[in-house]
Design a protein around this ligand. Structure first.
Ligand code: TYM
Length: 338
């Protein structure tokens, strides 16, 4: 650790969510839920990734609103601003600055091979902008700025964290030991929640089918209705299997929200019908979300507090980010006057 030039006592955890819409239960179970338990043991930095969000078109007023809502959601889910730095990515300019340097050690071939880039290029064919391709390099900058050891994310982000590792190793080889090489932390259950209407696709904030995703803000009735309509299959047995993607997804959701494993969920529903099963999944999710929703609503009534909390988070993040960037600038040979 001394090699890195400054001393950090605890291991560092870094992750972020984009304020690009209402969060789904996928964002919760794949990411935020797993951040809560880590606050004690790690130095945690959790950002609201607004720089990433504008790689697809956002309505400016909506982006602002979603940013504040995401701050409230972080707190309502149980993140404690005293123990971790919660902040808005664009409030810390070093993210964009480090991204520029990392662009020069990232190959176009690597970035263009990313699955998400290919998917989003197809989905937003009229807006395949440079930022969309640069998205994983900016993510690497986020992670590497804080010398993160671990990055708790959903399965869809594994490839990006692996690219961040490659970039860190390449930079260290070229310029000398600078970055820690981060590891993705991906939970076995709940790391890949699928669409309720088409389990071949991941559940996404921006799905056009309103029944495909369950949002953290959905009321109980809406949640029960969406699960009731979720696709299953005709064989009527409640078990996880490759040829039963709809049922497997529901079991995964149940396990993530009831707090057990998929195997335990299978045992709990053995011999039951799909109707009863879907109702139980819906009720479990609705019960888990109710206190989060109430707390989020309460927090959103106090915009002043949220703004202040985000300022405090950005100040803490800035101190670390400034040190790392200054070291990077020295390593690459930028004249700094001393
Ligand atoms: P975003 O906002 O697209 O997703 C936020 C987190 O939610 C996870 N996730 C899911 N997990 C399980 N099932 C799903 N259906 C599902 N959908 C989304 C994602 O894996 C992610 O963990 N690029 C990041 C944001 C980011 C970031 C970073 C993450 C920006 N910089 C640095 C880690 C480190 C993203 O996917 O945001």
């Amino acid at each position: 650790m001394a090699k890195l030039g400054f001393y950090m006592e605890k291991k560092v955890m870094y992750s972020a969510v984009q304020p690009s819409g209402n969060l789904t239960i996928g964002n919760y179970s794949g990411a935020i839920r797993n951040w809560i338990a880590m606050q004690e043991e790690y130095d945690c930095f959790y950002a609201i990734a607004d720089l990433h969000a504008i790689t697809v078109r956002q309505e400016p007023a909506e982006l602002r609103r979603h940013t504040l809502e995401l701050a409230a959601t972080y707190l309502a889910c149980g993140l404690d601003p005293e123990r971790c730095a919660l902040y808005v990515q664009s409030h810390v300019p070093q993210h964009a600055e480090l991204c520029w340097v990392l662009n020069t050690v990232t190959y176009v071939g690597e970035a263009s091979r990313m699955t998400q880039f290919k998917d989003k290029s197809q989905k937003h064919a009229d807006n395949v902008n440079m930022g969309l391709m640069d998205y994983p390099v900016l993510m690497a900058a986020d992670i590497l700025l804080y010398l993160a050891d671990y990055v708790p994310v959903g399965a869809d982000q594994k490839q990006h964290v692996e690219l961040a590792r490659d970039i860190a190793i390449r930079f260290n080889n070229r310029y000398g030991e600078t970055f820690r090489v981060p590891e993705p932390l991906i939970k076995k259950d709940g790391a890949s929640i699928r669409s309720l209407q088409d389990p071949a696709r991941k559940m996404s904030k921006s799905d056009e089918n309103p029944n495909a995703a369950v949002f953290l803000t959905d009321d109980r009735e809406t949640i029960l209705r969406k699960f009731k309509r979720a696709v299953t299959d005709s064989d009527n047995s409640i078990r996880a299997a490759e040829d039963k993607p709809g049922v497997t997804n529901l079991l995964n959701i149940y396990a993530a929200f009831a707090g057990g494993t998929v195997e335990e969920a299978e045992r709990a529903f053995e011999g039951k019908g799909y109707g009863e099963f879907k109702l139980a999944v819906g009720e479990t999710v609705a019960d888990a979300l109710a206190p989060i929703q109430a707390e989020r609503k309460r927090l959103l009534a106090d915009k002043g507090y949220l703004t202040q909390m985000l300022q405090g988070g950005a100040e803490r993040a800035f101190k670390v980010a400034r040190r790392t960037l200054s070291k990077v600038y020295r390593k690459v040979g930028f004249f700094q006057g001393d």
